[in-house]
Design a protein around this ligand. Structure first.
Ligand code: F6R
Length: 241
C-alpha cells in the first residue's frame, strides 16, 4: 500500500488526475473503473482541463462504473449515469458507447448483475479502479457485512450511507434504498487501485480501514492486501495516522 499525502482537496485531485492521466497515456485503450460522489469530482475536473489543453486523449478509453441506485433510470439527475455524464463524459472525447454503468432501471437484479459482470469480463478486467471511501468503510456500495462479496450484486444501503447521501436529494425519503454494486472480488481484480479521500470527517475510518484488522465489517480494509493500491488523501483525512 502506498500513501500519497496531499495538502488539500485540490492538491489530492491533481495528484490523482496525474496517476489516471499516466495510465491513459501509457495504455490509450485502457479500462478505467470509475466512482461517483464528492471525492472524485475535482479529479474529473482536472482531467477535463487537461483534455481541453490537448494533453489527454480519451478516444480509446473504456470505462466501467462501480455502482448505481436501483430504480433510477439514466436520465434521472440523481442517477450515477447522469453524474458521470455531467461531471466527466460530456466534457471529454470518450466514445459514450464505451462507458458502462449498472442499469438502475432494470429491476431484475439477477439479470442486471449477470449482464454487468459479463461486461467487466468482456473488457478483460480493469486496469485502474478509482475509489472513494464511505463513512462506514464501504467501497462501491459494498456495505459492512459478514463476508466479502465476489461479483456484482444488489445491496440494501446501510443507514450510514443513506444519511451521508441524503445531501444530494431533496428529501431523505427520496434516497433509494437499494443499489447495484460491483463486488469486492471485482475491485480486488483490478490491476491497480487508487482511492481518493479528503476531510477530517474521514480520518477515523481511514485509520480503521488501513491500520486496523482486515475484516468485511470494514470493507475497504481488504485493500491492504491489494498488490498495487495507492491511497491519495489530504492531510485532514490522514490526521489520525
Ligand atoms: C460512489 C461510491 C461510493 C463513494 C463513497 C464516498 O460510486 O462507490 O463508495 O465513493 O460513498 O462518497 P463521497 O466521495 O461522496 O464521500
Amino acid at each position: 500500500m502506498k500513501i500519497i499525502s496531499a495538502r488539500d482537496y485540490n492538491h489530492m485531485s491533481r495528484q490523482t488526475a496525474n496517476i489516471i492521466s499516466a495510465q491513459v497515456i501509457l495504455k490509450p485503450d485502457c479500462v478505467l473503473g470509475l466512482a461517483t460522489g464528492s471525492s472524485p469530482i475535482g479529479t474529473y475536473r482536472q482531467l477535463i482541463d487537461w483534455y481541453r489543453k490537448e494533453d489527454i486523449d480519451f478516444s480509446q478509453v473504456r470505462t466501467v462504473n462501480l455502482d448505481e441506485y436501483v430504480g433510477l433510470d439514466a436520465d434521472n439527475d440523481q442517477s450515477y449515469h447522469y453524474f458521470m455524464r455531467h461531471n466527466l463524459f460530456d466534457h471529454i472525447n470518450i466514445d459514450q458507447s464505451n462507458t458502462n454503468v449498472p442499469c438502475g432501471a432494470n429491476l431484475n437484479a439477477e439479470e442486471e448483475c449477470a449482464r454487468y459482470d459479463a461486461v467487466i469480463r468482456s473488457m478483460g478486467g480493469i486496469d485502474l479502479q478509482l475509489l472513494g471511501l464511505g463513512p462506514n468503510g464501504h467501497i462501491g456500495f459494498n456495505e459492512p457485512d459478514d463476508c466479502f462479496s465476489k461479483h456484482t450484486h444488489q445491496v440494501a444501503l446501510a443507514d450510514a450511507t443513506i444519511q451521508a447521501n441524503k445531501r444530494f436529494f431533496a428529501h431523505e425519503e427520496d434516497v433509494p434504498r437499494f443499489a447495484y454494486t460491483m463486488g469486492i472480488g471485482d475491485i480486488m481484480s483490478a490491476r491497480r487501485v487508487v482511492m481518493v479521500v479528503s476531510g477530517s470527517g474521514k480520518a477515523g475510518i481511514v485509520k480503521e480501514a488501513f491500520f486496523g484488522p482486515i475484516t468485511p465489517r470494514v470493507p475497504a480494509s481488504i485493500l491492504q492486501l491489494h498488490p498495487d493500491f495507492t491511497l491519495v488523501a489530504d492531510e485532514a483525512a490522514l490526521s489520525q495516522i
